[in-house]
Design a binder for this molecule. Structure first.
Ligand SMILES: [Zn+2]
Length: 309
């Protein structure tokens, strides 16, 4: 069997732990488009421990929804034990400041069609990070979709991320990743929208969700000790994605490594000797039809494997 493996993304070594973010599969009940109570919710209080934080897009798209942040506190313990920056990359810096989620209503309108509780959940960490530009991009995604976008997962603190099998360096811990789905749109179509709006990394998963992150955009100084006027940070290292074809009898699978959260989506295409498409399929297992001479599988939109049968 001849194999051709093409990685769509540049890669570098990385440790990833596969697993399913089961909590992310639960609809959080927040639906973009709702109106929330924003009264007295714009300020967490003027205490010595808080400082001015991000100014989100807000309902009027004027970045006037400003929240306070608190400095990282070692007393938060293992829940916030960030790993050393991956590959020494500044893009994997430990956040210096966090939003105290308990200081705000989950209904706070941080964008025309999103509320705070869609991105930051107290059971994923009382203190959280969601970079300002990511909410801007997510509103653009929502505008492009033209309907509700469900955010299944925004920020995860390190212990929560580990508990759900998230990758050691999941961007969800850095506040620039979202797992999303749209009820009447395929994960691939949603991925195309993220790509078109400048997402730096997009992957699709077997659960039907699309992961979009903006890991190469400059870190938000509201949360990170970075110099906005300084030179741009080099691109963040990529996870090493691998996939291969494996057959048992007539059935093929495509075991994969390096994906952030659970099993990546697999799109199969079987071709005949003339190159015509005989069959397409989705899922973990695929059985090519009789007459197929070549098989192609795209894994999580990140790796393409082709084989002559
Ligand atoms: Zn994700």
């Amino acid at each position: 069997m001849f194999l051709l493996v093409a990685c769509i993304d540049p890669t570098s070594a990385r440790h990833a732990r596969p697993g399913l973010d089961s909590d992310d599969l639960v609809d959080t009940a927040f639906d973009s488009g709702r109106s929330g109570d924003t009264a007295d919710s714009g300020n967490a209080g003027d205490t010595a421990s808080t400082s001015a934080g991000p100014c989100y897009l807000g309902p009027a798209r004027d970045h006037s929804m400003c929240l306070d942040v608190v400095p990282y506190d070692a007393a938060w313990g293992s829940d916030y034990a960030y790993p050393a920056p991956y590959g020494g990359s500044e893009q994997y810096s430990v956040p210096a400041r966090f939003i105290d989620i308990t200081a705000y209503s989950a209904e706070l309108e941080i964008a025309p069609n999103f509320v705070l509780g869609e991105y930051l959940y107290d059971w994923k960490g009382q203190h959280g990070v969601m970079q300002t530009h990511v909410v801007d991009f997510m509103q653009q995604v929502r505008d492009a979709v033209g309907g509700s976008v469900t955010v299944n997962s925004g920020y995860r603190n390190p212990s929560y991320n580990a508990s759900v099998g998230g990758a050691e360096y999941s961007r969800h811990m850095y506040g620039d990743a979202c797992d999303i789905d749209v009820s009447d749109m395929s994960a691939d179509a949603l991925a195309e929208i993220c790509d078109g709006l400048g997402a730096d990394y997009v992957a699709t998963y077997d659960t039907g969700h699309t992961h979009c992150d903006w890991r190469d955009h400059p870190l938000d100084p509201a949360f990170y000790d970075v110099d906005p006027a300084g030179p741009p940070a080099p691109l963040a290292p990529r996870p090493a994605h691998t996939a291969r074809l494996s057959s048992a009898g007539e059935a093929f699978t495509a075991p994969a490594t390096g994906f952030d959260e659970g099993e990546p989506a697999r799109r199969w295409t079987a071709y005949d000797a003339e190159g015509a498409v005989l069959a397409v399929g989705e899922g973990v297992v695929f059985v090519p039809p009789a007459g197929a001479t070549r098989l192609r599988v795209v894994v999580g939109r990140q790796v393409v494997v082709e084989a002559a049968l």
